[in-house]
Design a protein around this ligand. Structure first.
Ligand SMILES: Nc1nc2c(ncn2[C@@H]2O[C@@H]3COP(=O)(O)O[C@H]4[C@@H](O)[C@H](n5cnc6c(=O)[nH]c(N)nc65)O[C@@H]4COP(=O)(O)O[C@H]3[C@H]2O)c(=O)[nH]1
Length: 710
């Protein structure tokens, strides 16, 4: 208990009626009204066991449910009784402390309202002396239930938020505007490779410089927040503590002070590496060729558009080069698709190595590549690059232990002169490429208007051929094959096309087209059927020894069940198999060896003859032939043409004839035009011939007369 006497209480003032100094106002009455109307309870009480009330204002009704009369002098109840039992000691302690100290106190506790409700009250009071000089308490008790409740809710929310923050599996942060962490949760620490949030806060002190892989990313983050107040899905690549990289997505906003000053950023971080990589992969797949890894047509379109825009803005030019491999088909057919794929990958690598960083090389399809070249160094640079491309592609390639060479033909269109969009530029470059092909292997050509017309013709030819095959506009002619005495022992069936639109079109022109556009199957079936029917007629006319020979394209070995087809056609025509000969090119022998062997064996077992056409022009080594059930070798016309001129042609023809004999094969020399050639061939031991010298291919109607004459 302190020694200082407490001040006098307010009750005498309330009781004593006195004139106010304020302009005649009855201050006593004013005070009475005020006290009794206060939202809360004004009181004086004894410092005793029950806090016996000497005075209680009207507010007691609302606060406690008791009217002043019931509380004063504990008539019905006492303040001690209505104080919540567990809080009574708290109140008493607060008052004891006040009595020992300043005499003033402030204590928050619960009371039980008359109707049973528990209320939080705040009591502020002082120890004072009453009229008799006794220590009493005077004070004010108000209902603070609402404030306490909302504080409690706030605390709960804070607690909940804290546990969400700390236990969340999503990374959460608060960072200062200048770029260091104020708070981070465990998930974020884990994401960035730190043991604890504290380790993250201490270790990652410079977010701008140490977190983001891409410089300036933090600035972008800040700019976005400045402009929009928040960032959503802000995706960046970041470094983890160990230097590894991950992709994250941030959602964040700025937190302002009541004065509107930006205090800090807060937000969430998610690891989106898997999604990012998946998206990248999808994008890559959509824009790249899976075999070579080069951009595909989609990306080509984009790149060209960019370059076209640039060229337009700067008034510059560029070139689009269409690169087509000259003998890819042969290699694919002969060495198989696996080797073909390897070749394409190697070509892609070489193309890439020939270009500048700013150029683009794309795989356009099959064995076609497209280059887009800027004109940084003008036409001479473009020419230089194209030569480099041609030479690089022409270098030998090892495929499954075999050395192979491919050449390429290149067609070039220049933009914007030859067109300002991909379709047009490609069409023009394609036309130029076809022109280059005609000039021979390894050529390149720039587009000219006349080439455009040629390309249109090619397209027209393509659709005309389709019609011709479907409507059987084709017919077959037959060229005799004769023995040393000029007697025919067979005919080669050769297809002819008299087009209403194009006139007579050479098979040299339309057979490759049919192979390209897939019509070759239908075409071959037509020739095979017609020829077998015709040979059956020869037999019926008493020429049972005559064989008809039909050319079979390599693709038929892959795409059709050739043996079944032949069997069906023979049966349909009623022709014995030994009256049919199939001419295959040597490329066929080098394709899928197992499959080819199986098909040839089946044909052979049936009794069909097999001849290898154009022998000597392909890749097959002569010894290779031993493995296949072959009956006849046809020496290519190009060797026969030169065999009487004492150069390489003679040597090759001699080698082929002697090899064929050593393998027990028959040799047919094709393209014999001169008596001198015949003499040489005879001398080499060649016994069978085909060529204009004996007879040109003839329509079916002339055969009877020819045979009668022969
Ligand atoms: N300069 C000259 N040429 C001669 C001589 N003797 C024959 N020829 C020509 O040489 C070609 C021989 O046919 P090929 O080597 O199988 O070459 C054929 C063959 O590869 C292909 N072909 C023709 N018909 C068919 C067919 O029905 N199916 C397939 N797949 N290809 C065919 O078209 C090629 C060319 O056929 P054609 O134009 O009919 O040309 C024929 C024939 O007319 C001669 O003494 N001198």
């Amino acid at each position: 208990m302190n020694d200082i006497a407490p001040p006098n209480g307010f009750l005498p003032v309330l009781r004593k009626r006195r004139e106010s100094a304020w302009n005649g106002i009855d201050t006593d009455r004013v005070l009475q009204v005020l006290v009794h109307n206060l939202d809360g309870m004004v009181f004086r009480c004894a410092i005793d066991e029950q806090w016996t009330m000497h005075f209680v204002s009207d507010g007691s009704r609302e606060l406690t449910g008791y009217c002043p009369d019931e509380l004063e002098y504990n008539k019905v109840t006492s303040l001690e009784v209505i104080t919540y039992p567990e809080d009574r000691a708290v109140v008493r302690r607060a008052i004891s402390t006040a009595m020992a100290g300043s005499g003033r106190y402030r204590v928050q506790y619960r009371i039980v309202h008359r109707r049973g409700a528990v209320k939080w009250v705040l009591e502020r009071g002082a120890v004072v002396l009453d009229e008799k000089g006794q220590r009493v308490l005077e004070g004010f008790i108000e209902d603070v239930t609402e404030q306490v409740e909302s504080q409690r809710q706030l605390a709960d929310a804070e607690l909940r938020y804290r546990s969400i923050f700390e236990d969340s599996v999503v990374g959460m942060f608060q960072t200062s505007i200048d770029g260091h962490y104020l708070a981070a949760n465990r998930a974020l620490a884990g994401l960035y490779g730190y043991e604890t949030p504290d380790a993250l806060i201490a270790g990652l002190s410079d977010i701008a410089g140490r977190l983001y892989v891409e410089a300036g990313r933090r600035e972008e983050f800040k700019t976005l927040i400045r402009e929009h107040g928040r960032v959503t899905d802000f995706e960046s690549e970041v470094y983890r503590r160990d230097g590894s990289r991950i992709w994250i997505s941030e959602h964040a906003h700025v937190v302002y002070s009541p004065e509107g000053e930006a205090l800090y950023y807060e937000g969430t971080v998610e690891d989106v590496t898997a999604q990012h990589n998946y998206r990248q992969q999808l994008e890559y797949q959509a824009t790249h060729d899976p075999l070579t890894g080069l951009p595909n047509r989609n990306l080509l379109q984009d790149r060209l558009q960019q370059l076209l825009n640039l060229a337009q803005r700067r008034g510059t030019k560029g070139s689009l080069a269409f690169v087509d491999l000259d003998n890819f088909k042969l290699i694919n057919d002969s060495l198989g698709h696996g080797a073909g794929d390897k070749l394409l990958v190697e070509v892609a690598r070489r193309l890439r190595s020939c270009l500048r960083d700013t150029d683009t090389v794309a795989r356009y399809g099959g064995d076609e590549f497209v280059l887009i070249l800027g004109d940084d160094g003008g036409l001479s640079d473009t020419l230089h690059i194209l030569r480099r491309v041609r030479n690089a592609i022409g270098e030998p390639v090892m495929l499954d232990g075999q050395e192979v060479r491919v050449d390429c033909s290149i067609g070039v269109s220049v933009f914007p002169d030859d067109g300002a969009e991909l379709g047009v530029l490609l069409r023009h470059a394609d036309a130029a490429m076809h022109h280059a092909k005609k000039l021979g292997k390894g050529q390149f050509q720039f587009y000219t208007e006349s080439l455009n017309a040629e390309a249109r013709d090619r397209l027209a030819l393509d659709s005309a051929l389709r019609r011709a095959v479907e409507q059987e506009e084709l017919h077959v002619v037959y060229q005799p094959k004769v023995d040393a005495r000029g007697r025919p022992f067979g005919f080669e069936a050769l297809v002819r096309w008299e087009s209403a639109e194009f006139g007579s079109v050479s098979p040299v022109r339309f057979i490759p087209l049919a192979e390209e556009n897939g019509l070759i199957g239908q075409l071959t079936v037509f020739v095979l059927r017609t020829a077998c029917r015709e040979a059956a007629r020869w037999r019926a006319a008493g020429h049972g020894h005559l064989r008809v020979a039909v050319n079979i394209s390599p693709s038929l070995f892959r795409e059709k069940d050739l043996a079944a087809l032949v069997r069906a056609v023979l049966a349909e025509a009623g022709l014995p198999p030994e009256n049919l000969e199939l001419e295959i090119t040597e490329g066929v022998l080098m394709g899928d060896v197992q499959r080819t062997l199986a098909v040839l064996n089946e044909l052979k077992a049936m009794g069909v003859y097999i001849a290898v056409d154009d022998f000597g022009t392909g890749y097959s080594s002569l010894a290779y032939l031993k493995r296949f059930p072959i009956d006849i070798l046809k020496v290519d016309r190009s060797f026969v043409l030169e065999c009487d001129q004492g150069n390489g042609g003679l040597a090759i023809t001699r080698a082929i004839v002697s090899l064929a004999h050593s393998l027990n094969l028959r040799v047919v020399a094709e393209g014999v035009e001169q008596q001198t050639q015949l003499a040489v061939l005879n001398a080499l031991g060649c016994q069978e011939f085909q060529g204009y010298y004996f007879a040109r291919p003839m329509p079916v109607e002339q055969i009877a007369a020819y045979l009668a004459g022969g």
